[in-house]
Design a binder for this molecule. Structure first.
Ligand code: AMP
Ligand code: ZN
Length: 401
């Protein structure tokens, strides 16, 4: 999405084909980003949809666009039932010292530079703050004796295919390719490669078939490394940090939602009880840390952002079996919360899909604790401001500032 298109948008308004329950308005609004390239902003309430579209000329029919939007509404809202939100911890009322959006000041100071939509360079303040959080996450990993791993940034398409990723999250994939091994193609590229306002002008035929993508998660790499064999010792705990990529279209705003972000995970593979007990232990240990630094947050049940066709069924399944809990930190400046981490249990999904077996021959269960490094730092700044002198002593004590 280029910023040019965001200029002078046309407004299109209509009622949804079925009334949208309140708990689904945000999910449906986020999905409208993927409905049509001309949509630059969408706003959804239970009985009203507003689209801002650009470019748009009056001769264009709004009916076709509205038809696509109604497909999303009907697929996600019709017959949906309200998930029971389970709250495991609620510390949203912890007093915090700041109420502004940190982003404008971070940009002004050059502490954050935007390279492209959702792609940011971070300066020393954020880098040091992230290193502080990383230390805590590494202590959590050490408390489980987690084995350290380094995973690649690329992930083979056939891996993602094996775990049904293309059906569940097609909208957020990021593809990797290279020039075909052909002298004419490479010569042509080297002489004529140029960018216009949409990007690189190279003819699509110059690129090879896609074999790899940019990885959307960290723990998948461990499951692939363990695939098609018995699980060593019947259980594994591992930890890794990695770059993750999720294309979130017009939802890519500030450090809250990035295309390229980093995640630290602690990953558990073993029996059902082993995974669930460790996931719970991790939550309790993190609660102590969050209390020590005074973070305002709550932990509540959640679902992954499945794409439209898969959404209703899969989200209901995750919710019914309590597979995902998010750590949602308060963002005081917008009276809202942001997921800075998650406690996940995948049952034996990866064990079955990838043939990872326990000593009794049954498929292994998996779970992970995942922290978004940029998001936790951003939420911290949103609660405590940009001046380290005003930060909680427990954080200051660890920082060379
Ligand atoms: P998930 O696997 O979706 O639960 O993601 C784990 C954590 O990664 C989330 O709780 C966020 O903190 C972070 N995260 C996920 N998507 C993004 C994004 N688009 N931008 C920044 N952080 C993200
Ligand atoms: Zn994971």
């Amino acid at each position: 999405m280029s910023s040019e298109r965001a200029r002078n948008p046309t407004r299109i308004e209509f009622a949804p084909a079925t009334s949208i329950p309140d708990y689904l308005t945000d999910e449906i609004q986020a999905k409208l980003a993927y409905v049509d390239e001309r949509i630059v902003r969408a706003q959804v309430s239970s009985d009203h949809i507003l689209l801002e579209v650009s470019p748009w000329d009056e001769a264009q029919s709004a009916a076709e666009l509205e038809g696509k939007v109604q497909r999303v509404v009907l697929s996600m809202a019709k017959g949906a039932f309200k998930p029971k939100v389970q709250i495991l911890e609620d510390h949203l009322d912890r007093p915090v010292s700041f109420r502004q959006d940190p982003m404008p000041e971070l940009l002004r100071r050059g502490e954050v530079s935007q390279e492209a939509d959702g792609v940011y360079t971070l300066g020393p303040l954020l880098t040091r703050l992230i290193a502080f959080f990383e230390d805590q996450f590494l202590s959590l990993a050490a408390s489980f004796d987690a084995a350290p791993y380094r995973f690649p940034t690329l992930i083979p398409a056939r891996y993602l295919e094996r775990v049904n990723y293309f059906r569940a999250f097609p909208h957020s994939l990021t593809f990797v390719t290279h020039l075909r091994e052909d002298l004419d193609v490479i010569d042509e590229f080297s002489q004529h490669a140029a960018c216009d306002q949409h990007g690189l002008t190279t003819p699509p035929g110059s690129f090879d078939t896609i074999q790899t993508l940019l990885s959307p998660a960290v723990c998948y790499h461990l499951y692939f490394a363990l695939a098609d064999k018995p699980l060593p010792g019947g259980q594994v705990v591992a930890t890794a940090v990695g770059n993750c990529f999720r294309y979130e279209a017009i939802n890519l705003t500030s450090l809250e939602r990035m295309w390229n972000f980093t995640m630290r995970e602690v990953i558990f593979v073993g029996s059902k009880d082993f995974v669930l007990e460790n996931r719970e232990l991790a939550r309790q240990r993190m609660a102590k840390f969050f209390e020590a630094i005074g973070l305002a947050y709550r932990v509540e049940s959640a679902n992954d952002p499945f794409f439209i066709g898969e959404f209703r069924k899969q989200a209901a399944f995750q919710s019914a079996f309590q597979l995902k809990f998010e750590i949602r930190a308060s963002l005081p400046y917008k009276d809202s919360t942001l997921a800075v981490g998650s406690y996940n249990y995948h049952q034996d999904f990866f064990g079955r899909s990838l043939n990872i077996s326990l000593p009794d021959g049954s498929p292994a269960h998996t779970g992970c604790v995942a922290f978004g490094l940029e998001r936790i730092a951003f939420a911290f700044l949103a609660q405590f401001g940009l001046y380290p002198a005003q930060w909680p002593a427990q954080v200051r004590a660890h920082l060379p500032i």
